[in-house]
Ligand binder design. Sequence first.
Ligand SMILES: [Ca+2]
Length: 162
Amino acid sequence: MKALAGIFALVPIAAVAGVITAQWQLPNWAQPQWAALSKSQQLELSLRLNPFVWQGDFDGDKALDVAVLVKRSSDGKEGIAVLWRNEATPTVVGAGTSIGGGGDDFSWVEYWGVEESGSLHEGSYAETIRLDADALLVTKEGSATGLIYFVDRKPQWQQQSD
Ligand SMILES: [Ca+2]
């Protein structure tokens, strides 16, 4: 064990960092899903925001799903792809597919994060909702905040006040 640790210690850190690509930061189960989606819809990972990947149970089936920030190769329009743990077909919002006040290009988003199942959310124009599953919040400071939640894995948009 000690000998093994010694070998690893000899590997320069820069060399290790160089081979860790962004895609490898996805969970193992999500990597083939992402590879297929990336190819079929011409999407790339967007590393503009940190983190570029969130885990959450976005369909409420008790299994963690993955949301990744993406951009469409053809025009650079950004969005979010949700890879479902127990469903083969991912859901894409933005990146050329419009959703509510979020539009079809999420390049305006400055922060994004996960809102937990059970939390209450007050909309600007709609009733307050209690989340049945985890959801995503996208924000531009002083400008716009939207909640993206999923019903039967279909994306819904709730505009929120700032
Ligand atoms: Ca799930």
